[in-house]
Design a protein around this ligand. Structure first.
Ligand code: HEM
Length: 404
């Protein structure tokens, strides 16, 4: 069976493109081929293959290789070697155990408890700008929105949101591609967050609250429970995975809606369309463009071998525009019930644990924005983050609106 590297594959090389052009390129390449070469390895582009690779346990999360990829797998990377691995990079029985324990705490009902706080946070962020009729949404709303909500979800006092914001900035440096240099910042943020969460866990063990940490402390399955290092790791995973994703997705949503006045009017007239609009905007322009897997053994798939160690990008954005699965994929459609779920939350064992929370955050923020703006449009060009950003969205989103 030929190796995937023996095939004559189109190249998905997008460094000199902006992100929307990069998405176009992936869509164009996807018309010719289900698979392409990338600088890192290969990328799969069609929805059924993206779903199959993400569900295939012979492919592991590439996050487990982040130290090797950054050349810090020696003693300088001891911090990573010595701490509890993240749920995002775990595999096998260890991951199955954790998902079984934590899943009941991440249901839609659990997320819905926090809708009043979500509404409060976004209303307060918008209030100072309502008379002006214009707002730069990224700095004023998208960036600050998720952190107070993560505090509320975990059960931390709202006034500590600045600490969480600093820790999130430190921990996010993990994705900057400069791990050797950034390690001290990452380590100090992670250690400070873990100390804070360990104290909060102590408190909640005595006095449970109506929050995620209390729910996670209470979980028990077949005599198994989560210990304090598990709880600290999960709090860090929630902060890491739930902050930048949500703020960028909100930016993507509003960048799209600000150019579609008919859609805005339609949503204002019929709020029951909001959940469908959020799903469709996740499909149409998702903040997570791709996620990377590594072959843990030689894997045969579709008549080719992916040699052990091959990096495979599961191209969620291209899959979301696959015309064989989504009819009229370049149209934003709030009415058709598409039979296949959009891919921006991933698939398989690592599928987004916070999907219900993210949906609640996006739906609530859209409700408040629809209550606040009778009409909305772009007030200048949108600046997009570079396409190299794994979690992507507008860097600058100037909006003009009429007050509702
Ligand atoms: C629009 C917002 C969000 C998007 C687009 C998103 C997307 C994703 C994707 C694609 C994955 C899978 C990554 C992979 O397979 O390699 C993932 C995993 C994860 N997400 Fe989200 N996410 C969002 C919001 C959140 C929120 C609010 C939370 C907070 C609880 C969260 C927590 C997680 C966790 C803990 C994982 C790891 C699950 C595992 O590895 O088992 N996410 N997310």
């Amino acid at each position: 069976m030929p190796s995937v590297f023996d095939l004559d594959l189109p190249m998905l090389q997008s460094d000199d493109l902006d992100r929307l052009e990069a998405l176009d390129l992936a869509e164009r390449v996807a018309k010719e081929s289900w698979i392409a070469r990338t600088d890192l390895g290969v990328a799969v582009l069609h929805q059924p293959d993206v779903a199959a690779i993400l569900r295939d346990r012979r492919f592991h999360s590439a996050l487990s290789k982040i130290r090797e990829m950054n050349g810090v797998d020696g003693p300088e990377g001891d911090f990573f070697a010595n701490r509890r691995p993240s749920i995002l990079s775990m595999e096998g029985d260890e991951h199955t155990r954790l998902r079984r324990l934590v899943s009941p705490a991440f249901t839609p009902a659990a997320a819905d408890r926090h809708r009043p706080a979500m509404r409060r946070v976004i209303t307060d962020l918008l209030a100072p700008h309502l008379d002006a009729g214009r707002i730069e949404l990224v700095a004023e709303v998208c960036e600050p929105y998720p952190i107070p909500i993560i505090c509320e979800v975990l059960g931390a006092p709202a006034e500590d949101w600045r600490l969480f914001s600093e820790w999130a900035t430190g921990i996010f440096k993990i994705f900057n591609g400069n791990l050797a240099e950034d390690l001290p910042d990452i380590e100090s943020a992670s250690v400070a967050l873990a100390a804070y969460i360990a104290d909060l866990v102590e408190e909640r063990r005595g006095t449970p609250g109506d929050d995620l940490l209390s729910d996670l402390i209470a979980v028990e399955s077949e005599g198994d429970r989560l210990d304090t290092p598990d709880l600290c790791m999960l709090a860090e995973a929630v902060l890491m995975a739930g902050t930048d994703t949500t703020r960028n997705q909100l930016g993507c949503l509003m960048a799209v809606l600000a150019t579609q006045p008919d859609r805005w009017a339609e949503l204002r007239a019929d709020r029951s369309l909001i959940p469908r609009a959020i799903e469709e905007s996740l499909r149409y322009l998702g903040a997570v463009r791709l996620t990377v897997r590594v072959a843990a053994e030689d894997v045969e798939y579709r008549g080719v071998t992916f040699p052990e160690g091959t990096f495979v990008s599961a191209h969620l954005a291209a899959a979301n525009r696959d015309p064989a699965v989504f009819s009229d994929p370049d149209e934003l459609d709030f009415h058709s019930t598409r039979p296949v779920e959009q891919m921006t939350f991933g698939s398989g064992i690592h599928r987004c644990l916070g999907a219900a929370l993210a949906r609640a955050e996006l739906q609530t923020s859209l409700e408040v924005l629809l209550d606040s703006f009778a009409t909305v449009s772009l007030d200048g060009p949108v600046l997009w983050k570079p396409p190299s950003f794994g979690i992507w969205g507008p860097a600058f989103l100037p909006l003009a609106f009429t007050r509702a």
